[in-house]
Ligand binder design. Structure first.
Ligand code: ZN
Length: 72
C-alpha cells in the first residue's frame, strides 16, 4: 500500500489523489501538469482506499456547504 495524499489543483482547485512518492501529476479535471511539491496538500491517508474515502467525504462536505457566490 502506498501512502496517498489528497491534493488541490492550483489551476482549477479540483481535488485529486496522488501517491506521496509522485512528484508530478496530470490534473484529472483541467489536464494540466502539476508540480505536487507546490500544490496544496489537503489531507494524507495511509493508502489509496483510505484516500478515496477522505476525498468522497470532502466532496460531500463541499456539496453541503457551497461557497458563497462572489460579488460582481
Ligand atoms: Zn486542475
Amino acid at each position: 500500500m502506498i501512502p496517498t495524499s489528497i491534493m488541490k489543483c492550483p489551476n482549477c482547485t479540483g481535488l485529486f489523489l496522488a501517491g506521496t512518492t509522485q512528484k508530478t501529476k496530470i490534473c484529472p479535471y483541467c489536464c494540466k501538469g502539476i508540480n505536487l511539491q507546490k500544490a496544496l496538500r489537503i489531507a494524507q491517508a495511509n493508502n489509496s482506499i483510505e484516500a478515496s474515502e477522505i476525498l468522497k467525504q470532502l466532496k460531500a462536505k463541499a456539496a453541503k456547504n457551497p461557497r458563497p457566490k462572489s460579488k460582481d
